[in-house]
Each structure stands twice: as C-alpha cells, then as structure tokens.
Design a protein. Structure first.
Length: 352
C-alpha cells in the first residue's frame, strides 16, 4: 500500500499528534508513505524521516495557494500513491480530482464542503461519523477509525525536576491553552485541593492569562506550566490523576493516553468523553464547568484506592479492546484496501 498524507496543521496539537503517530504505525506495518506538510515542527519532520517517510513541505496558504498545489501535484506524480489522505479541513481544500481515491480525515466537526474533492471520509468517533453522514455523505463512504496510544515502558519523569514534592497528589492536564480546554476551571478547582500540585503540558494563546489566574487564586506555587512536551508517557507515569476538563472536545486523545498509561482519568462531559467514558468504570465523568463536582471527583480519585483500581482496570480494558496500535493498523489497512479495490474495479469497468 502506497499512501500520500497531506497535513496542514499547526506546529503542535492533538490532531497533529494523531497524524504523526498514525503515520509511524503504518510505516512500521510496511506501508510506503509520503507526506506533504508544513515546515513548522522540526520534531515531526525528524520522526518522519527516521521512519523512512519522504516529506515535502508547503505553506498551505489560502491567499496564495498555487505553490502548495504545485507541491502536491509533483508529489502525486513522483510517488504514485494508491490513496491520498487529507488531514483536517485546510488540507482538504487543496484536494483535486486525480484518479485516485482521496480521503478526508475528521478530528472535529468540520464541514464536508472542505473535502469536496474527496471520495471517502474517516471519522475519529461515532459522533463524527453521524456528523459526516448528516451532511449528505453516504454511510458506505465513511469509516470509523479510532486513534491509539502506544507508550514505551519508560520511567516516570522525576518530580524533583519540576520542584514538585514526591508525596503530594499530582494532577496532570495535557491540553492546548485555549478556552475550550477548561483549564481555568481546573485552576479554580486546584484552590479547593490545597495539598495537590498541577502540571499543565501544552502551549496556546491563554498562557499569560492562565498564569495570571493561578497567581490571583493563590495556587501559582503549585502549578507548573510546562509548554508543549513530547514526553507524555513520562509525565503520565509521574501523575496520580489525569484531568481532562474540556468544555468542547470531539474526542480527546488524552483519554486514550491515560487509559494506556494506567492513570485514573477525570473528565468533563464534552462530546468525546461523554461517548467513551463510563462514570465509575473507566473514569470519572463530571458536568462541564461544574467546579464542585470536579473537586469531588479529583478527591475521590486520589483518596479512594478501590475506586482508583477499578477505573484504572476499566480504562485498560477499554484501551485493549478499542484503542491499541494493532486495532488501528488492522482497521486502517482494511479501509485502504477496500477503497483502492473499489477504484481499481471502477477503472477496469470504465478505462476511460
């Protein structure tokens, strides 16, 4: 299978992580791949090269699209892919008819019009598939392919490197610093948990505002703003609770990360968590923006050993049945083989 991936995402982010990990998994499974992406994350480019994935870079400018279009046309001509996948809406707007199956990837509630030239559509969640079909895309032209987590067996990040006491309850949030992620609510909750420390791993436009809020709440001495990190596994291994307080979340790879790492998960009931977290079984689910419920859930996850063990075990079971690398590769390859086979059969019937 020869796959061309087109990714016009930001330098960092959840969807960008999914893209990179998915391409790596497919490379390890033996797929020949080529990527057209922005030159905005050296780590991403290094990982792709290390796994034998060819890369071309483009600007993906909506105002001046012709250079990107030229890069894509050259990549298709030289690589001769069996299928082309456009990751998120901006990349999808650059798709052109080319005689090969073209696939739009939805990590959020994108408009299908942004994938107008795509023949098929991948949704990350059951709800996203419903969203795609509601826009007039036939169900048979969609596929539900979950993301995955596959963490190496690493040592926890030493708490001392971030001046955090070894005996303090440690909360971890993996999130972009954006209003949608509810980190302001988590800071308010932290003020009601005087013995706990909080690590926030992520970048975004609200860093200064959130730092100011931590100062105003009197919790700044117990909060560590880590910026973007590529060592999620070590952070999770060090944490006592993974907190996911998003107001808006189509899915949320943080859930899968916590389940894979064996860390108790506390999540707000946004779209994605509400669909996958079973309260008291594989995590604790609280209403969005409900600070007292969030405080209570975090305290339960810290103080109740039996509950901790139950939701860790339930999270592991959810991970093993749905979100492993093997499941992702199996489902992806089955989908690609199906769409390529349909295209080849069509060409055989109508060579013109």
């Amino acid at each position: 299978m020869r796959l061309l991936h087109v990714m016009a995402g930001a330098a960092t982010g959840g969807a960008e992580n999914i893209f990179l990990e998915d391409v790596v998994a497919l490379a390890e499974a033996g797929c020949a791949q080529y990527v057209v992406t922005r030159e905005n994350n050296p780590h991403r480019l290094q990982v792709l090269h290390a796994h034998g994935v060819g890369v071309a870079t483009a600007s993906f400018s909506n105002w001046f699209p012709w250079p990107t279009t030229a890069v894509l046309r050259r990549a298709i001509e030289r690589f001769q892919p069996d299928a082309i996948q456009y990751w998120m809406g901006r990349a999808g707007t650059f798709a052109e008819p080319c005689g090969r199956p073209q696939i739009g990837w939805y990590g959020g509630y994108y408009k299908a019009a942004r994938f107008a030239a795509c023949d098929y559509h991948i949704g990350l969640t059951k709800d996203l598939i419903d969203h795609i079909v509601a826009q007039g895309i036939p169900l048979e032209r969609t596929a539900l392919i979950h993301t995955y987590a596959s963490f190496p067996d690493v040592e926890p990040l030493p708490r001392g490197t971030l001046t955090t006491p070894e005996d303090a309850p440690l909360l971890l949030a993996l999130a972009r610093l954006h209003w949608k992620k509810g980190l302001d609510v988590l800071l308010i909750a932290l003020a009601e948990l005087p013995d706990a420390y909080l690590w926030i791993a992520g970048d975004g436009p609200l860093r200064q505002e959130l730092e100011g809020k931590a100062e105003a709440l009197g919790v700044s001495q117990r909060v560590r703003f880590l910026g973007w990190r590529d060592d999620r596994a070590r952070l999770l291994k060090a944490a006592d609770v993974c907190v996911f307080p998003s107001r808006y979340e189509p899915f949320g790879t943080v859930m899968v990360d916590a389940w894979a790492a064996g860390v108790p998960l506390v999540a707000a009931a946004a779209q994605g968590p509400k669909a996958y977290v079973k309260d008291g079984e594989n995590g604790l689910l609280v209403p969005i923006d409900d600070i007292p419920s969030l405080v209570t859930a975090i305290r339960r996850a810290i103080d109740d050993p039996a509950l901790r063990e139950r939701i860790i075990a339930g999270g592991r079971q959810t991970y093993e049945t749905t979100f492993t690398k093997a499941a992702f590769v199996r489902d992806s390859l089955a989908f690609y083989e199906r769409v390529v086979g349909v295209t080849e059969a069509k060409l055989a019937r109508d060579p013109a």
